[in-house]
Design a protein around this ligand. Structure first.
Ligand SMILES: Nc1ncnc2c1ncn2[C@@H]1O[C@H](COP(=O)(O)OP(=O)(O)OP(=O)(O)O)[C@@H](O)[C@H]1O
Ligand SMILES: [Mg+2]
Length: 476
C-alpha cells in the first residue's frame, strides 16, 4: 500500500480522498507492470510498499508477506549502503544522509541460479510524509553481467555488438549451447550466422570434438548425398576410393549445414531420416552407420516461406528449427556501426596499419546512411577500403567504396542541411530551425540511440544531450 499517500490525504475532503484513492490504484497497477522491482522502506527496514516484480526478483512467492528488508536474501542493507557511499567517494556518510542516489550490486541466489541485481536507493523527504522513506529500485542485470563475462573471455568468437537485441540473442545462444537441440540460424548474408554457429559449438559439451561445416550451396547436386553420407569404392563412376561423409566426420561433434535451403527435395527426405535416427547408409553399402551429432543449420532465405512455396519439406523444417534464432540485419541495428568500425580499425592497426586513423563527419554520415545489404562482411570490407585509401590517415567519403559513395549521392540523409563550420565550443554544427528538425531526424535515423545520433550530427554526446534539453526533445 502506498501508505504515505494515504497519510497525506487524511486532512483532505472526501472528494479529494476518492480522487487520491483512484490515482493510487492507477499508480499501483502501472508500477506493477514495470520490469524493475520497486520497494519503499523506512530507515529501520520496515517495508511500506513494494510492487509484484520486487518479490519475483528475489524468488519470493506472490503471497509472501514482505514486511522487512531483512527478509530479502540476507543483504545487510546498512553495511551495503555505507560501502556503496564510500565507493562513490563519500567518506563521511553524507551520501547516506542526503537525497543523493546510492547504487550497488548484489549477487543473489534464486533456487539453483545466481541472479545479479542492481539496487538504486534514494532517500525521499516530504512534508506530507510522516516517515523518511527510502525508494529502492531493483533491476535484474544478470544478462548484461553474463555477457560481459563472455565477451571478456573472448567466448563470443569475436562477435562485437552494442545492440540490446543482439545481446539478447547472444545470451540465448549461450543458454541453449549446452543442450543438443537443433538450432536454425536465419538472417541476411553477412549478419554473423557462421559466427553464431561457432560460438554455440564452442560453448557446448561437444566443443572438444569437431564442428564440421557444409556449405550446401557450394556442392553440386549430384555429389551432395555422397558429401553427407559417404560412399563405398565403386559405388558410382568416379568413386575410386571409399569415403566417409560429413555426418561421420561430425560424430560426437556438431554438423553445421549452411544454406540448408539449397538441398534438393529428394535429398531432404534422406537427410530427415538421418537426423531423426542418427543412422544412415553410405552410397553403395547395406551397412548402417550410427552417429551422435548436434545439428546447426543456417539459411539466408526465409525457410518458412520456402515451406509454404513447396521448396522445403515441412517435416524437415520443424525438425531443424527446434531453436530458431534470427539475426537482425545491420541496418536495423545502426548503433553497431560505430562499435564495429572501431573494432575493424583496431584489427587493421593490429595487422600493421598506422594507428592515427580518423573518420570525417561526412564519411560517418555515409556509413550510417547506407543500408548495408552485405551486412557486417560488407562493413568490414568498407572499413579496410577506407583505411587503405585514406590520405594521411583520414577516412573521408572519397575513401569509401563506390557503392557507398553512390548511395550517399543518390540518397542524401533527409533533414540534414549542408555541413557548416562547427560553432564555437561545439564539435558539430547548430543547424537551421534551431536544429530541432535535424535533431529529430538524426534520432529517428539512429532508432533513438543517442550515441549514433551524435555520430550522425558530428557532435559529442554531451552536446547532443544539451541540444535535446534546449529543444525540449525527449529520448525516442
Ligand atoms: N558481430 C560481429 N562482430 C564482429 N565481426 C562480425 C560480426 N558479425 C559478423 N562478423 C564478421 O563478418 C563476416 C561475416 O560473418 P558470417 O560469415 O558469420 O556471416 P553469415 O551470416 O554466415 O554470412 P553468409 O550468409 O554469407 O554465410 C565474418 O568475417 C565475421 O567474422
Ligand atoms: Mg555463413
Amino acid at each position: 500500500m502506498l501508505n504515505f499517500l494515504m497519510a497525506a490525504t487524511s486532512r483532505n475532503s472526501n472528494e479529494s480522498m476518492m480522487h487520491l484513492t483512484a490515482t493510487r490504484e492507477i499508480l499501483e497497477s502501472v508500477i506493477d507492470q514495470i520490469e524493475d522491482g520497486i520497494i519503499l522502506a523506512q530507515p529501520d527496514g520496515k517495508v511500506t510498499y513494494h510492487n509484484i516484480r520486487a518479490k519475483e526478483l528475489f524468488g519470493l512467492a506472490n503471497d509472501f508477506p514482505l514486511k522487512n528488508l531483512n527478509e530479502l536474501s540476507h543483504i545487510n542493507w546498512k553495511k551495503r549502503m555505507a560501502r556503496a557511499a564510500l565507493d562513490s567517494g563519500d567518506q563521511y556518510g553524507t551520501v547516506i544522509a542526503s537525497d543523493r542516489l546510492i547504487r550497488f550490486e548484489e549477487k543473489v541466489h534464486v533456487g539453483e541460479t545466481a541472479r545479479f541485481l542492481e539496487f538504486t536507493v534514494r532517500r525521499l523527504f516530504s512534508k506530507n510524509v510522516q516517515h523518511e522513506i527510502r525508494v529502492i529500485v531493483v533491476r535484474d542485470i544478470s544478462v548484461r553481467r553474463r555477457l560481459e563475462a563472455t565477451l571478456q573471455t573472448g567466448g563470443t568468437c569475436g562477435l562485437i555488438t552494442s545492440s540490446p537485441e543482439m545481446l539478447k540473442l547472444l545470451e540465448r545462444a549461450r543458454q541453449i549451447a549446452a543442450s543438443d537441440a537443433s538450432v536454425l540460424l536465419q538472417g541476411e548474408s553477412g549478419t554473423g550466422k557462421s559466427c553464431f554457429a561457432r560460438m554455440i559449438h564452442d560453448h557446448s559439451k561437444r566443443s572438444r570434438h569437431p564442428l564440421v561445416e557444409v556449405n550446401c550451396a557450394a556442392i553440386p547436386e549430384t555429389l551432395m548425398e555422397s558429401e553427407f553420407f559417404g560412399h563405398t569404392k565403386g559405388a558410382f563412376t568416379g568413386a575410386i576410393e571409399q569415403r566417409n561423409g560429413k555426418f561421420s566426420a561430425a560424430n560426437h561433434g556438431t554438423l553445421f549445414l549452411d544454406e540448408i535451403g539449397e538441398i534438393p527435395l529428394h535429398l531432404q527426405a534422406k537427410l530427415l531420416q538421418a537426423i531423426e535416427d542418427g543412422r544412415f547408409q553410405k552410397i553403395g553399402s547395406n551397412e548402417t552407420t550410427s552417429v551422435s551429432t548436434r545439428l546447426i543449420c543456417a539459411s539466408n532465405v526465409n525457410l518458412r516461406d520456402a515451406v509454404d512455396k513447396g521448396g522445403f519439406r515441412a517435416d524437415l523444417y520443424y525438425r531443424i528449427s527446434v531453436i530458431p534464432l534470427t539475426i537482425p540485419p545491420l541496418r536495423d541495428r545502426l548503433g553497431d556501426v560505430p562499435v564495429l568500425v572501431k573494432h575493424f580499425i583496431d584489427d587493421l592497426v593490429a595487422r600493421g596499419h598506422a594507428d592515427n586513423i580518423t573518420i570525417t563527419r561526412s564519411a560517418w554520415q555515409a556509413l550510417l546512411n547506407y543500408p548495408w545489404p552485405g551486412n557486417i562482411r560488407e562493413l568490414s570490407n568498407a572499413v579496410e577500403h577506407g583505411v587503405i585509401c585514406a590520405e594521411t590517415g583520414t577516412v573521408d567519403i572519397d575513401s569509401l567504396p563506390l557503392d557507398i559513395r553512390l548511395y550517399s549521392q543518390e540518397m542524401p540523409i533527409q533533414g540534414f542541411a549542408e555541413p557548416q563550420a562547427p560553432a564555437e565550443g561545439e564539435t558539430g554544427k547548430e543547424c537551421s530551425n534551431g536544429g530541432r528538425d535535424e535533431l529529430l531526424a538524426a534520432l529517428k535515423k539512429a532508432h533513438g540511440s543517442k550515441a549514433v545520433a551524435a555520430q550522425i550530427l558530428g557532435i559529442d554526446r554531451t552536446t547532443l544531450w544539451r541540444r535535446m534539453q534546449k529543444q525540449g526533445v525527449s529520448s525516442m
